[in-house]
Write a protein that binds this ligand. Sequence first.
Ligand code: C5P
Length: 252
Amino acid sequence: MSRRKKLYEGKAKILYEGPEPGTLVQHFKDDATAFNNKKQAVLEGKGVLNNRISEHIMENLNRIGVPTHFIRRLNMREQLVREVEIIPLEVVVRNVAAGSIAQRFGLNEGEPLPRAIVEFYYKDDALGDPLVSEEHIAAFNWASPQDVDDMIALALRVNDFLSGLFTGAGIRLVDFKLEFGRIYDQNDMTRIILADEISPDSCRLWDMTSGEKMDKDRFRRDLGNVTEAYAEVARRLGIMKETGNGTGDEAI
Ligand code: C5P
């Protein structure tokens, strides 16, 4: 049997050629990195959990009419996705001050923001993913003004959906990061769809009552029990029967 072709290997995921044209296989690794690769570890079971959590969220987004690249889950670590032309931007939505916005503007972590704020960062590891404005995006042609409007509208819809989903699970959605891609239809018209993943690696999730962190900040800040927290997110979303040992063996 021929080995499938690896198209791209990132920090936490690998993309392989898919079984049909226009598809890819997205593989979730256990590797964790932070601070632009300065901190690295292998967290056993993280890939399995993120695959399941992202599947659950993307499937529900597809269902409510938010277009995503997700087609179906293939196995414990892999999902079939649509091939897109990735837009080189990270789109961050924030509801509560934390992380870089708290630092940048001297806000107290946990302070609610006056409204949901959408930010764009240019995806470039060597530059440390700098914050950019719509002016930069248009001038450097990373995306058209129409693409930017579409990304903002989709990001806010995702925020509304995720805020409700997590509130129902006793979790406060502080902020999250999205990535979008372009697809071309038969007439070469383009459409923006949601790509990548939505998981505790890309969101800040705090327990609603205790305030305990249930996301990648546990790894970034050496708080321990990282996969246990991810497993608890999965359990509360109804993806896993019981809080497990983080290996994902209990995933249904
Ligand atoms: O670090 P910062 O506060 O800007 O992060 C905002 C949100 O975006 C956090 O939920 C973080 O996990 C996510 N993020 C990400 N990948 C990055 C940068 C931030 O998933 N490269």
